[in-house]
Design a protein around this ligand. Structure first.
Ligand SMILES: Nc1nc2c(ncn2[C@@H]2O[C@H](COP(=O)(O)OP(=O)(O)O)[C@@H](O)[C@H]2O)c(=O)[nH]1
Ligand SMILES: [Mg+2]
Length: 213
């Protein structure tokens, strides 16, 4: 007899322009590795890491794009079942921040409407090359209702925190839903069978089903 090694499994997708650091954020979080010359052609489907969220064991299954974002060819299968998204831009390339709007539209079109979204301004170690101001990104995130952090896959800054924040938010939504379902079950009257009398006194006892003509 086996037992589950986790309480929850949450799928999270990484999205954002090519070159912003998605694959390195993933390798930093799941393997504590960083690669200066990462080859975007080599990609894993997903990687996992199990961690504790408010006393529960949560397995995060994090999907990476394997470079399809360059061809705008991310399929809806990528988003299927995802409960969280880390939307990444590069603080040294304003174009990648401008494109966040496009990625949000992509999420609206393909992902669950309740998906938890964290925007990450990556490469915060390159502050001297910055072209996106943190205040502007923060204001944008508030306007769009997103969480926001600046991260560095190279320096490890806020990588843990970004995933912890997404997973905690997802956990709160899921546990609230479970609680609501429990309360509904406890307060609702029991479902009772209804007896439908199909006997027709003039024709004797005729059995009919509901689809009969
Ligand atoms: N300085 C710096 N470089 C990074 C950081 N994250 C990724 N990179 C570099 O940016 C390039 C693209 O990274 P990659 O993870 O392949 O981006 P992806 O295309 O979004 O998956 C690589 O050369 C990485 O070494 C970071 O936090 N800081
Ligand atoms: Mg990549």
């Amino acid at each position: 007899m086996g037992h589950r090694e986790y309480d929850y499994l949450f799928k999270i997708v990484l999205i954002g322009d090519s070159g912003v650091g998605k694959s390195n954020i993933l390798s930093r979080f799941t393997r504590n590795e960083f690669c200066l010359e990462s080859k975007s052609t080599i990609g894993v489907e997903f990687a996992t890491r199990t961690l504790q969220i408010e006393g529960k064991t949560v397995k995060a299954q994090i999907w990476d794009t394997a470079g399809q974002e360059r061809y705008r060819a991310i399929t809806s299968a990528y988003y299927r079942g995802a409960v969280g998204a880390l939307l990444v831009y590069d603080i040294t390339k304003s174009q990648t921040f401008d494109n966040v709007q496009r990625w949000l539209r992509e999420l609206r079109d393909h992902a669950d409407s309740n998906i938890v979204i964290m925007m990450a301004g990556n490469k915060s170690d390159l502050n001297h090359l910055r072209s996106v101001q943190e205040d502007d990104a923060q204001a944008f995130a508030e306007k769009e209702g997103l969480s926001f952090l600046e991260t560095s896959a190279l320096g490890s800054q806020n990588i843990e925190k970004a995933f912890q924040t997404i997973l905690t938010e997802i956990y709160h939504i899921v546990s609230k839903k479970a609680l609501a379902a429990q309360e509904a079950a406890a307060t609702a009257p029991p479902i009772q069978g209804t007896t439908i009398n199909v006997a027709d006194s003039t024709e004797g006892f005729t059995k009919r089903n509901c689809c009969s003509t």
